[in-house]
Design a protein around this ligand. Sequence first.
Ligand SMILES: [Zn+2]
Length: 206
Amino acid sequence: MKILAVSDQVVERIYALISSGQFHDVDLLLGCGDLPYSYLENIVSLLNVPLYYVPGNHDPEYDERWSQSRAEGCINVDLRLTAFKGLLIGGFGGSVKYRPDGVNQYTQAEANLRAWRMLPGLLWNRIRYGRALDVLISHSPPFGIHDDDTKAHQGLHALNWLLRVARPRYHFHGHTHFYRQNLSPSVTRFGSTEIMNIYPYKMIEI
Ligand SMILES: [Zn+2]
């Protein structure tokens, strides 16, 4: 299965790459947050395959009455689990809280509570499929991995916990890479999980 994942920064060149057939065999699109929803909508309409995404800390708060709070034709998987062609996908939106009025921002404790809400679904997956999760997409990185000690770019402990509990094969995230592009690797192994920073886009074959 070929996956095109996007995060954090609009890459105008992606439209030319799509037109030239570069991504013609992509099966699935993933969005790791902090992108204008029009960008996700354009990509999904050009490639015509499902796009699952989570919101980032620069995205609007989801409100079902307000169409601008979601990407039309795409599927918001924040705190949700879904399956696509046998691939178990889970999502965890937002970042650590660094502004009192910040949208899609959570203290470490709030993020932990959010992660625990995924537990019943993960247990159900384990019973039904023999494994809890294949791919976790989040906006934030886990704590201590691809993160940074500035207030806004600290990773979430909740994600480390989710990785330990759900043991997905892959974890794709965004949020931090532009600050550390030359300082840290964008792929890190954590137990049985390959953690990948998607900024600004990555093609992954799994
Ligand atoms: Zn962010």
